[in-house]
Design a protein around this ligand. Sequence first.
Ligand code: HEM
Length: 243
Amino acid sequence: MAAAKLVVWDAPVRIVHWSFVALLPALWWTAETRQMDLHFTLGLTMLGLVTFRLVWGVVGSGTARFSRFVAGPKAIARYLKSAPDNANPVVGHNPLGALSVVALLALLTAQVSLGLFAQDTDAVDSGPLNHLVSWDTATAASEAHGIVFNVLAALIILHVAAIVFYRIVRKNDLVTPMISGRRTFASPVAQPVLASWAKAAGVAAIAVAVAVWISFGVPPWGAKFPWDETAPAEDVPSVDSYM
Ligand code: HEM
């Protein structure tokens, strides 16, 4: 095996990642400015992306799979004691970075889930699953939706700080591979397995179906599919109009 430029991040991982980066500030802004219709649309898009990434973490390309990068404390300690990255390259997430990846995905999942049950003070703007929980639970979900956002924001600052640290101190550019997918390795390493576009399309279809179903309020549990809704009553002329 010769030194080579390999695809370390497949297109789905990169598209989902940069969509997170674009969507999160937009979600914050639409909540701050009370543009709730747009907030719900962007939130459901986020739900679809998170669902995609979680399923892709089980069936996707080698470097996307949780089973390949989630590591225990021993592996993290070994990684911390090892030589700098360029001399001892890790293809995909290193054991320490994997911690932040898991935490970011867990917090994004929590944040999206809480939003589905949340409501504002007069319950006018409610998430699509709000009807499944009590007033108190919805109020708690709304409060937690605000708190988890702050934790997420703090973790993202740490995430970006870690990337800057790798660039400056460990001379390892992590951003270019997250854009182009490719990374050059000085020492020989094997190309990770890449999942097919057909598989990505299948997982995307599942993610869209889940997001749409949830946006309807998870019928038949307490909500109806749009096509089962009773049509609004026709304009029946009042008795007075005949007189
Ligand atoms: C809303 C903000 C962000 C969120 C929620 C987020 C989330 C994530 C997640 C979940 C991953 C794991 C990728 C995967 O396996 O799917 C990741 C990796 C990564 N992110 Fe972010 N990210 C954010 C902002 C940024 C920004 C602003 C940058 C660039 C300056 C960045 C650069 C990277 C890089 C380079 C990696 C790969 C790290 C590695 O090589 O292990 N992220 N991010």
